[in-house]
Design a binder for this molecule. Structure first.
Ligand code: NDP
Length: 448
C-alpha cells in the first residue's frame, strides 16, 4: 500500500477521464476523479450526443417533406422546439447517470468539485481539503473560444445552445468549422434564417476541397447564407431584445441569436499546471509525449486539453492507453494515422486519410476517383441534392490513402470503409468486392 491517498487522481470526468479512471481501477488502482460540472464531459453533456439528437430531429423536416412523394399524406406538421429540447436534455441526464454508475461500479471515488494541482502529487479541492496521489491525470478538455469584441456577451456558444428558451427566427453563426456547419443545418431545418459568418474565405479547413465546396453549394441551395472574410466587429442589443451584428466588409445583420463557434481552447487556466512546472504550448495545451506524460513525471494528460486531435474517440483511446500502460502493464501508444471524422451537417460528411491536396504534396503521383450521384431516395423525392464520394489512391502502390464522402449516411458508410483504409487495402481490393445493390455505399467498389 502506497503512502498516497490514491494511486491516480483524475481531473475531469469527460470521455478521456472516465475511460482512464475506470480502466485504471479495473487494473487494481485506487482512483479518484474530480468533476466540477457534470460527469460525461463535453461529448455527453453539451456536444456530440445532444448535437446528434438535434441533427436527427432536424432531418425530419426533409423526411416529412419527401414522404409525400412516397405516398404519405402528411398534413399539419408542426415542430415544437421545447419538446425536442426537453427530450434531449432528459436523455443527457440519463447518460450522465450511466456514466456515474460505471464509475461507482468500478469503485472510482467521484468528487463533484473543482480540483487544483498544488504539487506534483497533490491536489486541492474547492473546500480546501488536500489529497495526494502517486499520479495525476489532467483530462479537463476544452472550452469554447469567444473572440474579444464589443457585445460578445450577447452571443451564446455550444454550451448554451442546447438550452434555448425558444427557437430563434434569425441566427448568425460565427465560424466555419464543425459546430458552425452542424448548427447551421440544424437551425435551417427547423426553419430559422441562418447566416454563417467567417473570418476567412473557406469552411471546414482540413477537409477535401471538393467535398467542402459541395457542402457550401448544397447549404446555399437550402437557404443558408454565408459571409466570408467578415470578422466580427460588435454585437448591439436592441431595445426589443433582438441583436444587430456588425462585421468588417459587410452590412450589419439582424439576429435573434448569435452563436460563436470559433474553435475550442484547452482548459488549462487556473488549475495550477504551470505553477508546478507543467509545460504548456502556445495554445495553452498541456505538452505531453507519446505516453501522455507531461514535463512533470507524475502528471499526465489526455484528450482535448492536449490539443492533439479534438475528437471524443481519440480522447477515449488516449485514456485507455494511459491506464493500460501505467496500471495494466501493457504499454500502448495511440496511433493517430487515418483517424476517421465526420461533420453532421445536412447532408453529412465523412472522411478518412489524406485529402487530394495532401496526397499530391506528400506522394506526388496520385489517382483520384469520384462518384457524383443523386441518392435513389432523393431522385424519387425530387430533391436535387447530389452526393459526392472521392477516393485518393497512391499511384505507385495502388493503396487507397483517402476517402471523402458527402451524402446521406456518409459517416455510417465511412466508418466501415475506414477499416479498409486503415488496413492499407488497395483500389484493386475495393474493386474485387462485389457491390451490394442497391445502396449508396456500393459506389465505393464501382469507382472508375
Ligand atoms: P473548428 O476548429 O472546427 O472551426 C473554427 C472556426 O472558427 C474556423 O472556421 C476558424 O476559421 C474560425 N475561427 C477560429 N478562430 C477564430 C477567431 N479568433 N475569430 C474568428 N473566427 C475564428 O471549431 P468548432 O468551434 O466548430 O469546433 C471545435 C472543435 O470541436 C472542432 O475542432 C472539433 O475537433 C470538435 N467538434 C467535432 C465535431 C465532430 O466530430 N462532428 C462536432 C463539433 C465539434 P479559420 O478556418 O480561418 O481558422
Amino acid at each position: 500500500m502506497s503512502d498516497f491517498d490514491f494511486d491516480l487522481f483524475v481531473i475531469g470526468a469527460g470521455s478521456g477521464g472516465v475511460r482512464a479512471s475506470r480502466v485504471a481501477a479495473s487494473h487494481g488502482a485506487r482512483v479518484a476523479v474530480a468533476e466540477e460540472h457534470r460527469v460525461g464531459g463535453t461529448c455527453v453533456i453539451r456536444g456530440c450526443v445532444p448535437k446528434k439528437l438535434l441533427v436527427y430531429g432536424a432531418h425530419f423536416a426533409e423526411d416529412i417533406h419527401d414522404a409525400r412523394k412516397f405516398g404519405w399524406d402528411v398534413s399539419d406538421c408542426k415542430f415544437h422546439w421545447d419538446v425536442l429540447r426537453d427530450n434531449v436534455l432528459a436523455e443527457v441526464d440519463r447518460l450522465e447517470g450511466l456514466y456515474g454508475q460505471t464509475l461507482d461500479n468500478h469503485k472510482v471515488t467521484v468528487l463533484r468539485t473543482r480540483a487544483t494541482i498544488v504539487g506534483p502529487q497533490r491536489v486541492r479541492l474547492a473546500d480546501g481539503q488536500e489529497v495526494t496521489a502517486e499520479r495525476i491525470l489532467v483530462a479537463t478538455g476544452g472550452w469554447p473560444h469567444v473572440p474579444d469584441f464589443p457585445g460578445s456577451e450577447h452571443a451564446i456558444t455550444s454550451n448554451e445552445v442546447f438550452h434555448l428558451d425558444a427557437l430563434p427566427n434569425r441566427v448568425v453563426i460565427a465560424g466555419g468549422g464543425y459546430i458552425a456547419n452542424e448548427f447551421a443545418g440544424i437551425f435551417n431545418e427547423f426553419g430559422s434564417k441562418v447566416t454563417i459568418v467567417n473570418r476567412g474565405d473557406t469552411i471546414l479547413r482540413g477537409y477535401d476541397e471538393q467535398i467542402r465546396d459541395r457542402l457550401l453549394q448544397i447549404s446555399m441551395t437550402k437557404g443558408i447564407e454565408f459571409r466570408f472574410n467578415a470578422p466580427f466587429r460588435s454585437i448591439d442589443k436592441n431595445p426589443d431584445g433582438s441583436l444587430t451584428v456588425h462585421l468588417e466588409n459587410c452590412d450589419p445583420i439582424p439576429a435573434d441569436a448569435v452563436l460563436i463557434a470559433a474553435g475550442r481552447v484547452p482548459n488549462t487556466r487556473g488549475i495550477g499546471l504551470q505553477e508546478v512546472g507543467v509545460e504548456l504550448d502556445a495554445q495553452g495545451a498541456v505538452k505531453v509525449d507519446e505516453t501522455n506524460q507531461s514535463s512533470v513525471s507524475s502528471i499526465y494528460a489526455v484528450g482535448d486539453v492536449t490539443n492533439r486531435i479534438q475528437l471524443t474517440p481519440v480522447a477515449i483511446r488516449e485514456g485507455q492507453a494511459f491506464a493500460d500502460s501505467v496500471f495494466g502493464g501493457k504499454p500502448t501508444v495511440v496511433d493517430y494515422a487515418n483517424v476517421p471524422s465526420a461533420v453532421f451537417s445536412h447532408p453529412p460528411i465523412g472522411a478518412v486519410g489524406m485529402t487530394e491536396a495532401e496526397a499530391r504534396n506528400k506522394l506526388g503521383a496520385v489517382r483520384i476517383y469520384t462518384s457524383d450521384f443523386r441518392a435513389m431516395k432523393n431522385v424519387l423525392a425530387g430533391r436535387n441534392e447530389r452526393a459526392l464520394y472521392k477516393m485518393v489512391v497512391n499511384a505507385a502502390t495502388d493503396q487507397v490513402v483517402g476517402l471523402h464522402m458527402i451524402g446521406p449516411d456518409a459517416p455510417e458508410i465511412l466508418q466501415a470503409a475506414a477499416i479498409a483504409v486503415k488496413a492499407g487495402l488497395t483500389k484493386a481490393d475495393f474493386d474485387a468486392t462485389v457491390a451490394l445493390h442497391p445502396s449508396m455505399a456500393e459506389e465505393l467498389v464501382l469507382l472508375k
